[in-house]
Design a protein around this ligand. Structure first.
Ligand code: ZN
Length: 197
């Protein structure tokens, strides 16, 4: 998911950033897949175990997330059909560890909230989306351990947005038909845009 529109916090110091995150040697960002790419409509496959391949993917996806100024990214968005997502709703806070979830599954939901969303795969388009306010999610972390997370607010929203990607669903599928009609020409532009690889 892309960052909500709000004032960026000032960085405490220049060297507080992705380079300082432990377990994260430098890798190159991956190529994002954009609206219109059929892979975004596919269902991703469960991950059986965390091997060097998954660890490398996790690192590369984090680099991609930070390079694109996003707050959440699903493996599908970099062309990998594995049930894996990363979330960092406060990338500028070096103390806040990014969340990496393999095979995430929503166990329960509560409440309802509406907020504007954007997506790294659908650049420059934003719309209000209604989702449950609180969720409980089970998943495997990047060490292969089973974990359970309770989330609300922005964190819950981003996790749900990214789980949707793993099922081939985009946030524009969750807005009303009328609103989607209004966005149609913008979506066509995004689909037809030339992007350097
Ligand atoms: Zn997205």
């Amino acid at each position: 998911m892309s960052k909500p529109k709000r004032k960026r916090k000032n960085r405490q110091s220049e060297d507080q950033g992705v380079d300082e995150i432990p377990r994260l040697p430098k890798t190159k960002p991956l190529q994002l897949r954009y609206y219109g790419d059929p892979i975004l409509r596919k269902r991703a496959e469960p991950v059986q175990e965390i091997t060097d391949i998954e660890t490398k993917l996790a690192r590369e996806m984090l680099m991609t997330l930070y390079a694109t100024n996003g707050i959440g990214l699903a493996a599908t968005q970099v062309g990998v059909l594995k049930r894996f997502l990363i979330v960092d709703i406060d990338p500028e806070d070096a103390d806040y560890e990014p969340i990496m979830l393999f095979n995430p599954e929503i166990l329960s939901v509560e409440g309802e909230s509406v907020a504007e969303e954007g997506c790294l795969s659908i650049p420059d388009l934003r719309a209000d989306v209604k989702r449950p306010e609180k969720i409980v999610v089970k998943a495997m972390n990047d060490y292969g351990e089973d974990i359970q997370i309770e989330a609300d607010g922005l964190l819950a929203r981003v996790i749900q947005h990214e789980i949707d990607h793993l099922n081939g669903t985009l946030f524009i599928d969750r807005i009303s038909g009328l609103k989607r009609q209004l966005l149609r020409s913008e979506l066509e532009k995004i689909q037809q845009a030339d992007r350097p690889l």
